[in-house]
Design a protein around this ligand. Structure first.
Ligand code: ATP
Length: 141
């Protein structure tokens, strides 16, 4: 197999290795927008943005992964992602994300400290992103 045509993805959280396999293509959510990565992409180190990592595996099947903030590195050996939390779309617990959304909305509706508001806004965006991904995955599979 031509080494230049290979692309590997490794996605690691403090809890687990979520992805470690050859893929065909991925779109990485970066601070400067989504980056499409094919085999042979130029080396790059960057900040991972909270959002959706899209992966196309070598059979052509696509799936989405929720990722938190963190870092990514594109090198000749592939894509490496380190993030505090990540879940493949069909593994997201919708009830848990809905509970997180409700908690965040309650805090935002109250008059708490500025710190709590900022954290609640982030928690709300995380929860809504997870719910949207999980619902889309359930519709298409
Ligand atoms: P929660 O309040 O439900 O913990 P959170 O957004 O604060 O939500 P994170 O800090 O992002 O949670 O993640 C903590 C851990 O829980 C990570 O391992 C993450 O993958 C997992 N996790 C969080 N929410 C979900 C979910 N809805 N489905 C599956 N795993 C989840």
């Amino acid at each position: 197999m031509d080494k230049k045509k290979e692309l590997k993805i490794e996605l690691i959280t403090p809890e687990r290795v979520l992805l470690d396999s050859p893929i065909a293509f991925a779109t990485v959510p970066s601070g400067t927008g989504p980056i499409g990565v094919l085999p042979g992409h130029a080396p790059l180190l960057g900040n991972l943005f909270m959002g959706v990592l899209m992966v196309r595996d070598i059979s052509g099947k696509e799936f989405n992964v929720f990722v938190q903030s963190g870092s990514f590195m594109i090198s000749h050996s592939g894509i490496k992602i380190v993030t505090p939390a990540a879940e493949i779309d069909d593994q997201i617990d919708i009830d848990r994300a809905t509970a997180a959304k409700d908690r965040a909305n309650k805090i935002l509706a109250s008059n708490d400290s500025i710190m709590d508001m900022a954290r609640a806004k982030e928690a709300l965006i995380r929860a809504e992103t997870r719910i949207n991904l999980a619902q889309a995955a359930r519709k298409t599979r």
